[in-house]
Design a protein around this ligand. Structure first.
Ligand code: FES
Length: 889
């Protein structure tokens, strides 16, 4: 519609407000209670203008066709100024002493020329609450605008905040009004981010000293890929804030990405290379360290062949570093034994999604959840492990979308779900078959889609005869009536979405889990069709998608080109000017077995703490000890680094240049905000220098050049370049040329399988690799917690440790009572491999017979308990099912 702002005609869309129209005309309008991320409040009145001949609040008044908006109306301006002065009259003078860039109130006062007030408001002495390590409250600066409360409710979905008190005494409060740190606040930082006055702030922004630089980059924690601004003062991170309007996170973040940055300045950072001399690791020069690594790798390669050397590349590192890592191993060492930690999490996704649809990634962008009317969330706890997505799902549910959760634990979202299918660990395939059978029996399938675009329906239908709801109820311990309700909700939805995580993949039959989950989307025609929401995979590490995309895999070259394909090898060899070794390499678990068997002599580990995070850690340590030579790159002296012969000091995502690929296949830029500490340097730099020391030149003088070379060898990424990402922003792959804008939604024309059709999988349910018995009667499930991240090497070096200081064993009240366990009781947890002791935490999240813990802390060594069982198709460990015995100590 057309609106006149002053003399300027502007076009605005349906639903636009007067404020939107003013902005469209390029005019500044002061606001205090308004935030684009929130529903309008209309309470502060500083945005008053004359529109359609009335004085109105611009933020809440809808624009109408041909509306005339006067921005400089004296009556409106005087009323707005009066409202502002009334607000200021209640505040202490320090409210106006905050630097303008950190206070909307100060900016609005500057606009109106308000430095003092005619009114004499009440003087408050409400005090501060600095109990929380990150969220600091100065109650006397609160103007009760309600933005923080709305942010907590509408964006984060936690509902931890409220405006307490009446009239002039109204002030924000967390939980039941006790200390903030004891409230349900999850420290997403949304309240701090939206506060217009500084009443809610964070430690780095309480300091009035100016920020020196601000760098926009991509978060280095989970795989969501939030865009963040890193503010640096005196060479240290002062604060990190989410970028408003960023495509993935839309101005939201979580306690890790937003606040857990102190690790970068930790005194425990490695700042010089270390070489083992006797039992000790001692500092050495780069020349000495790289000379030693080059000499030992060369000697082992020349004596035993390239197959005697293996490398574990890093899902924490950039694409460019992973690209260089696999190029180094393939061309300098002559081995394909390179793998990355997707082996331990989403290798079944890559295999399963490729088999079902054709490509090794989720099918749709996160944005598509905005129109999902039913979300099937399986094996994922995103409110803790991927909080920005957890918040987005919560928003959809609060807006009316139906939610089905498949999870053995009663997670936050399970508690919010219409149906919680609480199957026993390891029963996913049975549950998905039960749902598939009900979709078929209930007539919820898309016959036309199945006829034209899918294969395997007859085989699947035949298999599903063995999975009536009553049998599935028995196999999975899920009520048949709940299965029926879940099938009806997913079956009747117009825009059903599937979101899943490691609870599907980290099983002995994880690939079958992915494929039988994908069956549901195919049966409904809810993938590869316009308006569909498809299947989204929640990737664990920040760049686990990218590490695999770049070919840090033993059987695939960059862009998922099969190593076994001579044409692919030739394409890559032409660009590299060197042949690609033909023999497939070892997967991570095979590397450990080969080391113990004496076939693997050297292991090179980039940024992974395999001694803490890989399953059956006793076996991993034995493998490290069996190797003649172990090298690792890391930020800290990890459990793995302590076993190494040479440790090379690497840099974090805050200190490096390159790109990550997030969980919905978006290439995003990573830019250095900090200088590396001491002599630490990037994995990129280390690999180039090491190749040089071995008499080779990897080319790729810069990360941008490495991305350009990767685009030349991998048709999937042919259109990706740093230059484009800097100019155009994130790009989804496939992106096959410089004019291709990338495919956010896959398979709209055809699936990428050989016959162009989606493949239904008729895979039978098979029980988990590890079964409980009378000696080990409980099932241990491992996963993540909100406050910490993976091995905890970063988050344990931040104030997040005050939010969660130790690991616990979570168990049901029924099991605790039967065993005589109270909250905090030390419990000896014994598996068939080891015993660790953990304090008990009694919770309704666990069903009787099941217990839960994470592995964010090196002590207790949770992964000494987990087993060597792996997914039969991909070698992904069965982290989610370990039989254990419990004994209070
Ligand atoms: Fe419009 Fe507060 S910004 S009333």
């Amino acid at each position: 519609m057309r609106v006149l702002v002053g003399d300027t005609p502007v076009e605005v869309g349906e639903g636009a407000t007067v404020l939107d129209a003013a902005r469209a005309a390029g005019r500044y309008l002061p606001t205090l209670c308004q935030d684009d991320r929130l529903s309008p409040r209309g309470s502060c009145r500083v945005c008053l203008v004359r529109a359609a001949d009335r004085v109105v609040a611009a933020c809440t008044t809808p624009a109408t066709e041909d509306m005339a908006i006067q921005m400089d109306d004296p009556r409106a301006r005087e009323a707005a100024r009066g409202a502002l002065e009334l607000i200021v009259s209640e505040l202490p003078s320090r409210a106006l002493e905050i630097p303008a860039e950190r206070s909307e109130l100060v900016r609005v006062c500057t606009h109106f020329g308000v430095t003092d007030t005619r009114f004499h408001g009440a003087t408050h002495r409400r005090g501060v609450d600095h109990s929380h390590p990150y969220v600091k409250l100065d109650r006397d600066l609160c103007i009760a605008c309600g933005r923080c409360v709305a942010m907590c409710a509408e964006v984060q979905g936690t509902f931890a905040l409220e405006l307490a008190g009446r009239g002039f005494d109204t002030v924000v409060s967390a939980g039941t009004g006790g200390p903030w740190v004891d409230s349900p606040c999850v420290a997403c930082g949304g309240c701090v981010d939206t506060c217009p006055t500084g009443a809610l702030s964070e430690p780095g922004l309480l300091d009035p000293a100016p920020i020196a630089t601000t760098t926009t980059t991509t978060c280095g924690y989970c795989g969501i890929g939030c865009t963040l601004d890193v503010h640096v003062r005196d060479g240290q991170v002062a604060a990190i804030t989410p970028v408003h309007g960023a495509p993935v996170n839309r101005g939201h973040a979580c306690v890790k990405g937003r606040f857990a940055h102190a690790f970068a300045g930790s005194r425990e950072r490695l700042t010089a290379p270390l070489i083992r001399r006797g039992d000790a690791l001692e500092e050495a020069s780069w020349d000495e360290a790289l000379g030693l690594v080059a000499a030992r790798l060369t000697a082992i390669r020349d004596r035993h062949g390239g197959q005697a050397v293996a490398m574990i590349s890093s899902a924490r590192a950039t694409n460019e570093e992973n690209y260089l890592a696999q190029k180094f191993l393939r061309t300098v060492v002559g081995s394909n034994s390179i793998d990355n930690c997707s082996r331990l999490c989403h290798a079944p996704s890559a295999a399963g999604l490729t088999a079902s649809f054709g490509l090794a990634g989720g099918t749709n962008p996160l944005d598509d959840l905005d129109h999902a009317d039913c979300i099937l969330l399986a094996g994922a706890n995103p409110t803790e492990a991927h909080p920005v997505v957890g918040a987005r799902i919560t928003q959809r549910v609060l807006a009316g979308a139906r939610l089905v959760v498949v999870d053995p634990r009663r997670t936050t979202l399970a508690a919010l779900a219409d149906v919680h299918l609480r199957g026993r660990p390891g029963s996913n395939v049975a549950v998905f078959h039960g749902l598939a059978r009900l979709l078929l029996d209930g007539g919820y399938t898309d016959e036309e889609f199945l006829t034209r675009r899918a294969t395997g329906l007859a085989e699947l239908t035949e298999l599903l005869r063995d999975y009536p709801p009553e049998r599935v109820a028995e196999l999975a311990a899920v009520p048949a009536s709940d299965l029926a309700t879940a099938a009806r909700l997913y079956g009747q939805a117009e825009h059903p979405a599937i979101v899943y995580g490691l609870g599907i993949t980290e099983h002995a039959h994880g690939t079958d889990g992915v494929r039988t989950l994908a069956n549901l989307a195919i049966l409904r025609g809810a993938v590869g069709t316009p308006g569909c929401c498809g299947v989204l995979t929640l990737r664990g590490q920040n760049n686990v998608q990218g590490a695999s995309d770049m070919g840090a895999l033993p059987d695939l070259l960059p862009g998922y080109q099969p190593l076994a394909d001579p044409a692919a090898r030739q394409r890559v060899a032409r660009v590299w000017g060197q042949p690609v070794p033909e023999r497939p390499g070892l997967r991570i678990p095979q590397m450990f077995d080969a080391a113990i068997a004496g076939r693997l002599r050297a292991l090179y580990v980039i940024g992974e703490d395999i001694a803490q995070t890989d399953p059956d850690s006793g076996h991993v340590r034995a493998a490290l000890d069996a190797c003649e030579f172990v090298v690792c790159h890391d930020l800290f002296l990890s459990q793995t680094a302590a076993h190494a012969d040479v440790v090379l000091p690497a840099v974090s995502f805050l200190e490096k240049d390159g790109t990550f690929v997030n969980f919905d296949r978006r290439f995003q830029r990573v830019r250095p905000a900090l200088a590396p500490p001491g002599q630490a340097t990037s994995d990129f730099d280390i690999l180039r220098r090491l190749a040089h020391a071995m008499g080779a030149d990897l080319g790729c003088p810069t990360p941008a050049a490495a991305m350009a070379e990767c685009a030349a060898v991998a048709p999937l990424f042919a259109g990706i370049s740093h230059d484009r990402l800097d100019r155009e922003g994130p790009l989804h792959w496939p992106c096959r040329g410089p004019r291709d804008t990338g495919q956010a939604v896959l398979y709209l024309d055809r699936f990428a399988t050989a016959d162009g059709r989606a493949a239904l999988a008729a895979r039978p349910y098979l029980p988990p690799g590890e079964q409980p018995d009378t000696a080990f009667p409980y099932v241990l499930v491992t996963g993540r917690r909100l406050e910490h991240y993976n091995s905890g090497s970063m988050t344990r070096r931040t104030p997040n440790t005050t939010l969660l200081a130790e690991e616990t064993l979570d168990l049901s009240a029924a099991d605790a009572a039967a065993l005589g366990i109270d909250d905090g009781t030390p419990v000896a947890v014994t598996s068939r491999r080891a015993t660790v002791t953990l304090p008990a935490r009694i919770t309704d999240e666990l069903a009787p017979g099941e217990v839960f813990t994470a592995f964010h802390f090196p002590d207790p060594a949770t992964n000494s308990l987990t087993s060597a069982h792996t997914d039969t198709a991909t070698g992904c460990p069965e982290y989610k099912v370990t039989a254990v015995a419990l004994r209070p100590t």
